[in-house]
Design a protein around this ligand. Structure first.
Ligand SMILES: NC(=O)c1ccc[n+]([C@@H]2O[C@H](COP(=O)([O-])OP(=O)(O)OC[C@H]3O[C@@H](n4cnc5c(N)ncnc54)[C@H](O)[C@@H]3O)[C@@H](O)[C@H]2O)c1
Length: 353
């Protein structure tokens, strides 16, 4: 272990402050770190419509897990929590994350994603500046971001870490802004930052407004399955467990100041994603009348809908030896089965929305 890396075991067990730990990726990350005894975790989350403490049911009673309901914009409270908890790392996931909502109502995206990140950087700087030399060397501020900051691709090519930013939706623009802030806090003030830009995630505990759970749950209820435009928009899909393993690899072994793209190398059109989910569902629930894929309904396209995202993950593969473990088919099978087996989690959300 180099002196620059966060110790994974021993007396100095990492103490990780996770923002947005009640969301889809944050809760998967929290469950992973706590259940594998990799870190002490303090989760701070405002519990917006997307935050759900039931996603953390299996770790809620663990001594290495704590939760505080907090808005990252509440700087005095966040500052106090950080001073008390004394994290060795901050993994910043709290965000407004749904593109459609950002088009309808961008204000919350500007507040949380841009201003929230700014305030967190300022608090982190103050905290980091007061640490002793060794703790200072170990500390990391890891910003979890998206490949949507790079804009849209044509039929070929991949986003690399050198691709110029060209965000198109208010969501993507807010994440691009926060990436720029994080990078500048490293270059200007020396804050030890890491940035990861990941492709579309899917898996258990994803809020039912997102494409894959929406298709599964609507098909279960024999409702129409809405697909934007002609369904040809392509995304590179990554199973969420693979994403959180990549995040931990970057946090523990990544080069300070560096950016890592994380992709699944699993490009699929939205139509292919929907038909795959439908066909798996029909295999697991053979009692349905008719084929689930016949419920697919094309609806007016999202304004400014980017055609294709796909990410080159060469850097994280070569430098940090990370590769996704799930194929699209295995990940989708696990996901559909999880939604079938866990209506205790999604049924209350569906009936409230
Ligand atoms: N889902 C994806 O496919 C994907 C891909 C790449 C990157 N990301 C990024 O990963 C992060 C997590 O994404 P997700 O899909 O888990 O999102 P999510 O919407 O499921 O969860 C976001 C969490 O942040 C919390 N939150 C929102 N505003 C807050 C505030 N002001 N203070 C404290 N907490 C607040 C919410 O309550 C929620 O628990 C985001 O930053 C997102 O941009 C997501």
């Amino acid at each position: 272990m180099s002196s620059e890396t966060i110790p994974k075991t021993g007396i100095l067990k990492p103490r990780v402050l996770i923002t947005g730990g009640a969301g889809f990726i944050g809760s998967t990350l929290t469950r992973y770190l706590v259940s594998h005894e990799l870190a002490e975790v303090l989760n701070i989350d405002k519990l917006t419509y997307a935050g759900n403490l039931t996603s953390l049911r299996e770790v809620a009673e663990e001594t290495s897990y704590q939760f505080q309901k907090l808005d990252i914009l509440d700087t005095p409270a966040v500052s106090k929590v950080i001073t008390d908890f004394r994290p060795t790392a901050i993994m910043h996931l709290a965000a407004e994350s749904h593109v459609d909502r950002s088009i309808e109502s961008p204000s919350g995206f500007i507040q949380t994603n841009i201003l929230g990140t700014y305030h967190l950087l300022q608090i982190a700087m103050k905290y980091w500046g007061g640490l002793d030399t060794r703790a200072k060397r170990i500390f990391r501020f890891h910003h979890i971001s998206t490949d949507e900051v790079y804009g849209s691709l044509g039929d070929s090519g991949l986003f690399t870490e050198k691709t110029a930013y060209d965000p198109h939706s208010p969501y993507a623009a807010s994440k691009a802004s926060s990436d720029h802030l994080v990078r500048s806090w490293h270059h200007t003030y020396g804050l030890p930052t890491l940035i990861t830009n990941c492709t579309n995630n899917y898996g258990p505990y994803q809020f039912p407004e997102k494409l894959i759970p929406l298709v599964i749950l609507n098909a279960l209820e024999r409702k129409p399955l809405p697909i934007y435009g002609t369904g040809k928009n392509v995304r590179d899909w990554l199973y969420v467990d693979d994403h959180v393993k990549a995040l931990w690899r970057v946090l523990t072994d990544g080069q300070v100041g560096e950016t890592y793209n994380i992709g699944g190398n699993m490009e699929r059109s939205n139509l292919e994603v929907a038909t795959t989910a439908c066909d798996i569902l029909d295999t697991l629930r053979p009692t349905f009348q008719g084929k689930s894929r016949d419920l697919i309904t094309f609806v007016s396209d999202r304004p400014g809908h980017d055609l294709r995202y796909a990410t080159d993950s060469t850097r994280i593969k070569q430098d940090l030896n990370w590769e996704p473990e799930e194929s699209f088919d295995s990940g989708m099978h696990k996901t559909v089965k999880w939604y079938l087996d866990n209506d205790w989690w999604w049924a209350p959300i569906r009936s409230a929305t």
